[in-house]
Design a protein around this ligand. Sequence first.
Ligand code: SF4
Length: 292
Amino acid sequence: MALSSPLRSSELEVLSYPVARMIVSCIGDDYLIRRYALAEAKAAHEALIGERQNILATMGQEFGMNIDISEQRFRLHFTDYVRYAHRMHDPGWKLVNRRLQSGWLSLSGREFTRLLQEAIRDRIQQDLPLDIPSETGICDKLSEHIAIVKESLGARKTEFEMGGEVDSGAFPPCIANAITMLQGGVNLAHSARFATTAFLRNIGMSVDDIVGMFGGSPDFDETRTRYQVEHIAGQEYTAPGCDTMKTYGNCVGADDLCKRVAHPLNYYRIKKRGKGSGGSAGAAQASVRQTA
Ligand code: SF4
């Protein structure tokens, strides 16, 4: 292929993968790695939908799954199922809602492909960052692209002022209210729990600290709570915006600053900045493939 030939999109797709991995590795940011792995896994999932069963099963075996095909369905051992399905939010994925036969369960092609997405995500994430010795000069050669990705990542981090010291005095009224209720033993609706958990994760709070905060809830079950918080953390959910909060009745105690924002994270950023606190890190939605 002559270098001057324009690349087809399929060729670009193939070439972008190793280059994106190198860019991500040169930057070495944990958040970027997680987001990148998730984006690649989602893209792979899209490409795998409708793929032949034997190809999907072979992929599953490559990831160490005990799998076979029976009557057009996938049979998977429950230990492999739980390894990936425990992150899924929908109750239909819970093991208690599946039919087990001697430790095996049956999955549709769509369900199995979704599990493969999680396996792919884990594999990509585990393999990064790559070890790129400085003497190869690879990071220097990619410096132009690295700068673009870093700028995008930095902008996202600044956008929400994530990480650094968590400043509870800058929490928006909706989140402050939810936390007060939790700590007072009031049972929060699922949507409010989700919003609170996602918000606290987005501003950089650890899973342990969030689980500890939920401890006042009357139906507090540490194992279940940890499972839910880890799921939200693992999926990198962004907290819902004000419109969604209002729809679910979770916008409580709006104040003057609320009139200027459309998202609780923006409220936090503005208030935290106004109080003169430093700190940043955060919610990069860096699309490495696009930027690179
Ligand atoms: S307007 Fe937005 S930030 Fe303010 S309380 Fe309602 S949901 Fe929270």
